[in-house]
Ligand binder design. Structure first.
Ligand code: ZN
Length: 236
């Protein structure tokens, strides 16, 4: 469940990321009544098993069973909640076509929310790892080893989101960032899920990496995500 908004008196439109049908918008009738049989199951941060009745414009939810709800765990922790919200928004934006299957995006999101709720790693790094992988699945895989332009083997010290990752001394373009070697290493580790490397890096490198992930994400999504500025990068 990605997002809900009010429709008629007691109804809501819910936006879902489904395993087999990609992003789906559907009407949940009567969910704002206290007697609704599945109202609380249709909140953001819940993994639900749904039955949909196909409609002319929008489908209607006829049944909902909660499989897992991360909403209270994430809702009680500002840092995890804001990071989780960026994950939901990113998943919605990357699954831009309705009903286009995106099993990998679905599994990445479920895995990311589960790790966030379980507190397996720091929220900022779970978010960054999720974002890099989700962008890769969507076709925007960044390169942190080879030069993103000519393919020359690294390590390289310039980074430019518009070029797709790190750049060698020949290919670097004006305005490229020049992060530290450790930061580029941790970016590669976040993308690969190499958590031992991530955990061993100093906070300032994690913060620098988070900033570059945010720039990379925003470049590819064209306009900024609403919730991103609220993620507290300094506590990472
Ligand atoms: Zn190059």
């Amino acid at each position: 469940m990605l997002r809900t908004h009010k429709l008629a008196e007691a109804d809501r439109i819910v936006t879902l990321l489904t395993r087999d049908h990609g992003r789906v918008r559907a009407v949940a009738k009567g969910v704002r009544r206290t007697t609704s049989k599945f109202g609380s199951r249709l909140e953001p941060f819940t993994h639900v098993d749904l039955m949909l009745a196909e409609g002319r414009n929008l489908d209607t939810i006829t049944q909902a069973e909660t499989l897992t709800s991360w909403s209270s765990t994430l809702g009680n922790d500002y840092e995890r909640y804001t990071a989780g919200t960026v994950m939901l928004e990113t998943a919605e934006r990357l699954a831009s076509e309705e009903k286009e299957p995106s099993v990998q995006q679905f599994l990445l999101l479920v895995g990311g929310l589960r790790a966030m709720a379980a507190g397996e790693h720091r929220p900022a790094q779970i978010l960054d790892s999720y974002l890099l992988r989700a962008l890769s699945v969507a076709g925007y895989a960044p390169s942190f080893e080879h030069c993103a332009h000519c393919g020359l083997e690294g390590p390289h010290r310039w980074f430019n989101p518009s070029m797709g990752g790190v750049l060698c001394a020949t290919c670097r373009v004006p305005g490229s960032a020049s992060p530290s070697v450790e930061t580029i290493t941790v970016l590669g580790a976040l993308l690969a899920g190499a958590w031992e490397t991530v955990e061993a890096v100093a906070p300032r490198n994690l913060n620098e990496a988070s900033g570059l992930v945010a720039v990379y994400l925003q470049w590819h999504l064209e306009r900024g995500l609403k919730s991103l500025p609220y993620v507290d990068r300094q506590r990472a």
